[in-house]
Design a protein around this ligand. Structure first.
Ligand code: FES
Ligand code: FES
Length: 174
């Protein structure tokens, strides 16, 4: 059995431990944020945070998440609330600054890649609160593979990361 904390909730899973984490999240836990793009760690659409670090859940075996915290797109709002000590109504109505920035910048086109983009942005801003454009580009293009957007929303993504950075360093969603 695999035990992990998914979006703040303890989950005990019986799936074979070599099952890709993505399949467990989507098929067993019905979390539709992480997308199946390439299945080969080549696009980033399936990204989640594993103990705060972005991983490609399509190639991450369930065993790698045992005893760890998984945050999906669905968990970003609660993650921000916990980090800022928000509770009750304030927690319920406050989006994660990355979510708010993505809406304000109208970043998605078809939207398929955007789960991975928002997860990557969250990871980046938690470690580098005010990244330069070069640091943003590096974050999205270096690592296991670049995050790919077939619709070409890259400029909007950079703008959204900058907006989220401004909100986060001010301490609240925009
Ligand atoms: S689906 Fe995992 S990186 Fe493309
Ligand atoms: S918005 Fe369509 S693939 Fe990125």
């Amino acid at each position: 059995m695999t035990t992990m904390i998914v979006n703040g909730v303890k989950r005990e899973l019986q799936a074979p431990t070599d099952t890709p984490l993505l399949y467990v999240l989507r098929n067993e836990l019905e979390l539709s944020g992480p997308q199946f793009g390439c299945g080969l760690a080549q696009c980033g659409a399936c990204s989640v945070l594993l103990n705060g670090k972005e991983v490609r859940s399509c190639i991450t075996p369930l065993s790698a998440a045992n005893g760890k915290e998984v945050t999906t797109l669905e968990g970003l709002q609660a993650r921000w609330a916990q980090q800022k000590g928000l509770t009750g109504e304030a927690a319920a109505k406050t989006l994660h600054p990355v979510q708010a920035a993505w809406i304000e910048e109208q970043t998605p086109l078809c939207g398929f890649c955007q789960n991975g983009m928002m997860i990557k942005a969250t990871e980046l801003l938690e470690s580098v609160p005010s990244p330069s454009v070069t640091q943003i580009k590096d974050a999205f293009t270096k690592g296991v593979s670049p995050h790919l957007c077939r619709c070409g929303s890259y400029t909007a993504i950079i703008q959204a990361v900058q907006r989220a950075s401004t909100s986060m360093t001010k301490g609240s969603a925009a």
